[in-house]
Design a protein around this ligand. Structure first.
Ligand SMILES: *[C@@H]1O[C@H](CO)[C@@H](O)[C@H](O)[C@H]1NC(C)=O
Ligand SMILES: *[C@@H]1O[C@H](CO)[C@@H](O)[C@H](O)[C@H]1NC(C)=O
Length: 194
């Protein structure tokens, strides 16, 4: 009797394992910040990729990113909260959002959460956490302007400093040319005298 009971339990565990590992959808989610430079008041592109590595389609997929608080970011384009009806097995879907930081300083780009139905008859939703872009530094607009905008004065200083490099070879060439012409002239005069 005892052995039959344990056999049934083992069998049950096995079936549930087989069902969960074989006939379900499994989503891998990545979140990437595509800009190299993060500047206050300038657009930042965030890309989400959802990859179904499971054997059946994932349905009722809801991507939610609550990592951009409204007091620090404006959403320029796209939606931080989106739903996909169905992601087939082996397929990728990508989603992009453009946001704009309203302030500057250090910021933690956190993970997004995806909720989905992992099989036809799953009752509980399954959750997946995206990769985390991590900490970034948003530079202020003033700082950006100082570093990257072309300043006329800087260019002028550069031109003055690089002038000797251009002038020196010219002087050398000019001196040797005059010397050569002088020699030529003297030679000609000599010839005409003879
Ligand atoms: C989905 O993305 C993964 C990882 O980037 C890649 O290995 C796979 O080939 C992609 N599948 C399709 C159908 O594009
Ligand atoms: C960002 O998050 C990581 C991990 O959650 C934490 O170690 C780090 O201190 C955080 N940085 C900031 C600036 O909040």
């Amino acid at each position: 009797m005892y052995s039959l009971k344990s056999f049934i339990i083992v069998a049950l565990v096995c079936t549930s394992l087989t069902v969960s590992s074989l006939d379900t959808a499994r989503l891998l989610v990545s979140k990437q910040v595509l800009n190299k430079l993060l500047v206050q008041d300038s657009d930042i592109l965030v890309k989400y990729t959802i990859y179904n590595v499971g054997s059946v389609p994932a349905t009722n997929v809801i991507l939610q990113d609550s990592g951009f608080p409204a007091e620090a970011f404006a959403t320029v384009k796209g939606n931080l909260n989106i739903r996909f009806n169905r992601i087939p097995s082996g397929a990728n879907v990508t989603h992009a959002v453009v946001i704009k930081p309203l302030t500057y300083g250090r910021f933690n780009f956190s993970a997004a959460v995806v909720q989905y139905k992992s099989s036809e008859n799953a009752e509980e939703p399954q959750f997946a956490i995206s990769s985390e872009p991590g900490e970034g530094y948003i530079i202020s607009y003033a700082e950006y302007d100082k570093k990257f905008s072309p300043h006329l004065l800087d260019w002028f200083a550069f031109a003055v400093m690089s002038l000797p490099a251009v002038v020196a070879p010219f002087m050398l060439w000019w001196v040797s040319k005059s010397k050569y012409e002088l020699i030529l002239k003297q030679k000609r005069e000599k010839v005409s005298k003879d």
